[in-house]
Design a protein around this ligand. Structure first.
Ligand code: FAD
Length: 390
């Protein structure tokens, strides 16, 4: 007879997904160990996020999971007494070109079908929502008032503290080096300091997820793709929503640009490079700040005197089809995946964590299993790759 494992669940990674997963596992009454190779919680890609949280996607699984995340984030202070910088300022997608307007109106039809709080506004209305928004060529845009922002650092700390308060054990500077296997079943993990047996191992290791999957014989491609971000010194609060400008930049380097003002008054910003920058280099580039400055001042000219405090470069854990991989690993018992979050892992984290914990505890997610199944690790990722390239 096999000895009872020390833990019900081991979570690999104390990040955007791992921390909420540990919290919800403990809430299910499961003894949980979290291991991270770094020296504290949230020090992987979690702290690179600018903290945008929205349910206004077009994919049903992302919509449903992010709705749960919004519920969890927005009620966090009430639930735990801790302020994580939640700000319900909404998201605004202004349209300055006909092409962007057509895209946004197309998305709106799907979003309305899911009863998301989002509407089209004409230029004048939009300028009331975003004081100082450049009116040149502005055709209107969408506004979703129930989306918002959270501080990724405060959230990581608070999810960790709450998980620990419920009984979770966190061990830092302890990389998982292999999985303990019994046939095709994962029965625990090995680190550089020892072995831990568990009924379930959750892979929430972000950009390292492929390596952890390989330890169980699974070939799941998660590739790092780098993105830069930055934050200003605080200014008087005036900007409610996060703004996403879907125009490619005139400099020929950016596909889009997004920014907002956080709960402390700091302006936080990012863009998506036209050509993905693969790899793990996290050095800031010389071109990021000049490009951002031009785009920022073009959208909201009054930001021209902003003092920039800090820039950074982080990594998206990308999947071939651009969708996360969430659920039980195919053909491997005792192994659950919350990986491949791409550019939305912070906003997906609490929803994903809640559903993974329910899956481990009760064999079912909390949301409709068919919707959850859209992110299944067993889906044909290669077909997704072909479609994503079209
Ligand atoms: C500039 C920028 C802006 C972004 N803005 C947003 C945003 O506004 N909203 C949003 O939702 N997302 C945003 N993102 C994306 C978001 O940061 C990621 O999708 C998310 O953090 C991924 O979460 P994760 O839990 O998978 O990975 P992580 O948060 O990186 O957690 C994985 C953890 O696993 C640990 N680990 C890895 N390997 C091992 C091992 N072998 N043993 C032990 N531990 C291990 C790592 O140390 C890490 O702590 C942004 C990203 C960037 C770069």
């Amino acid at each position: 007879m096999r000895a009872a494992p020390e833990f019900d669940a081991v979570v690999v990674g104390a990040g955007s997904v791992g921390n909420p997963t540990a919290y919800f596992l403990e809430r299910e009454g499961l003894r949980t160990l979290v291991l991270d190779e770094l020296s504290a919680s949230g020090q992987g890609q979690n702290k690179a996020a600018i903290g945008g949280v929205r349910a206004t996607h077009s994919d049903p699984a992302k919509i449903t999971l992010c709705r749960q995340s919004l519920e969890i984030f927005s009620q966090w202070k009430e639930t735990t007494g801790t302020d994580i910088g939640w700000k319900m300022g909404g998201y605004c997608f202004p349209a300055f070109t006909e092409k962007v307007e057509t895209t946004l109106r197309g998305l709106l039809a799907i979003q309305k079908k899911f009863r998301l709080a989002i509407d089209w506004m004409d230029a004048e209305e939009l300028q009331r929502v975003v004081p100082g928004l450049n009116g040149d060529g502005l055709r209107g845009g969408t506004f979703s008032p129930e989306d918002g922002q959270v501080s990724p650092l405060l959230a990581a700390e608070s999810f960790t503290n709450e998980a620990v308060r419920l009984g979770a054990v966190y061990r830092y500077r302890e990389p998982v080096t292999s999985l303990l296997m019994q046939g095709s079943e994962v029965v625990g993990v090995r680190t550089d300091k020892g072995e831990y047996r568990a009924t379930t191992v959750v892979n929430a290791s972000g950009v390292n997820a492929s390596a952890i999957c390989r330890m169980a014989g699974l070939d799941i491609p998660i590739l790092p793709d780098s993105h830069e971000g930055g934050i200003s010194a605080p200014v008087e609060p005036f900007l409610g929503p996060l703004i996403v400008d879907l125009r490619p930049g005139p400099e020929g380097k950016t596909i889009n640009f997004y920014f907002g003002q956080d709960a402390n008054g700091q302006i936080i910003f990012c863009y998506t490079p036209i050509a993905p920058i693969s790899g793990t280099n996290r050095n800031s580039t010389y071109e990021f700040m000049p490009i951002v400055a031009a785009r920022l001042v073009e959208v909201v000219p009054r930001l021209k005197n902003l003092t920039v405090r800090r820039v950074w470069r982080g990594l998206y854990p990308m999947t071939p089809d651009g969708s996360p991989i969430v659920g039980r690993a195919p053909n491997v018992e005792g192994f659950v995946l919350g990986i491949g979050m791409c550019g939305q892992g912070f906003m997906l984290g609490p929803g994903v964590g809640k559903n993974l914990a329910a899956l481990v505890a009760h064999g079912q997610p909390t949301i409709d299993p068919d919707v959850f199944g859209l992110l299944s690790p067993g889906r044909n990722l290669q077909r997704g790759r072909t479609e994503a390239l079209k």
